[in-house]
Design a protein around this ligand. Structure first.
Ligand code: NAD
Length: 250
């Protein structure tokens, strides 16, 4: 029970890595506060966790909305009495195109959902963690923009790299308050974001030293590590869980 009695916000919890993390963290004893836009999916996940004697609650909304970040923290405090951690994981690739061809609206949307959301999350989560005497925040970044430049993903790369810079500053600002902040960098992971094109999956598998893509559980496990006391001396890191994607050249 690595997260016993910890109250943890998970965004992007309606599918993929976030949904898997919701089940994993709840089975590790956490009270989970689930966020994403799709209310019905969130309610189904809450229902399944509750049926297995776990503790979960959800609130649907857009992570690019500052008021939603505040509402998730308020919900955690009202329902479970406080906040101990957050897996700020919602993200979107947006439309793929080279930067000169990219529509400005797409740029702003991708940066809002992937990066501005991190600022809003931190703005309300840090004071809540402070009240508890500490805690842990994890942002889902990516190998894209940190170790790999993938054509067509300029806005996504900029936003995900921005999260790493913000992680470092937050870790430095709040380490003395026993608040740890880390970025998690998954490699290609079998979620709805990766689509269903078998040929594309084959190419992506080949990018990794392990010659496969990750299962969502493998990324959720890494997030759980960062949120748990097992990672008590880990802060400010950009932790790769990328199957060797970043070091692989063949
Ligand atoms: P996914 O599409 O299954 O999940 C994304 C989640 O974010 C969904 O719950 C979606 O509803 C939510 N979301 C998207 N936009 C939102 C918004 N504006 N407001 C609220 N919620 C929103 O994909 P995933 O692979 O599970 O993605 C999780 C995270 O992992 C993302 O940040 C993604 O960028 C990152 N990531 C994924 C991969 C991969 O290969 N799948 C690789 C590296 C990083």
């Amino acid at each position: 029970m690595k997260l016993n009695n910890k109250t943890i916000i998970i965004t992007g919890a309606s599918s993929g890595i976030g949904a898997t993390a919701a089940f994993l963290f709840a089975s590790s004893g956490a009270n989970v506060v689930l966020g994403a836009r799709r209310e019905k999916q969130l309610e189904q996940i809450v229902g399944q966790i509750t049926q297995s004697n776990g503790n979960a609650i959800s609130l649907a909304g857009d992570v690019a909305d500052e008021a939603y970040a505040r509402a998730l923290v308020e919900l955690a405090e009202k329902r479970f009495g406080g906040l101990d951690g957050a897996f700020n994981n919602a993200g979107t690739t947006g439309d793929m195109s080279s930067l000169p061809d990219m529509d400005s609206d797409n740029w702003h949307k991708v940066v809002s959902v992937n990066l501005n959301s991190g600022f809003y999350a931190a703005k309300f989560q840090i004071p809540a963690l402070r009240k508890r005497g500490g805690g842990s925040i994890v942002f889902t970044s990516s190998f894209v923009g940190h170790t790999v430049g993938l054509p067509g993903m300029g806005a996504y790369a900029a936003a995900k790299a921005g999260l790493i810079g913000m992680t470092q500053v937050l870790a430095a600002e709040h380490g003395s308050e026993n608040i740890r902040v880390n970025a998690l960098l998954p490699g290609g992971t079998m979620t709805p974001m990766a689509g269903e094109d078998a040929k594309f999956h084959e190419v992506v598998r080949g990018l990794h030293a392990l010659k496969r893509m990750a299962e969502p559980t493998e990324i959720a496990n890494a997030a759980q590590f960062l949120l748990s006391e097992d990672a008590s001396f880990v802060t400010g890191s950009a932790m790769l869980a990328d199957g060797g994607n970043s070091i692989n050249k063949f």
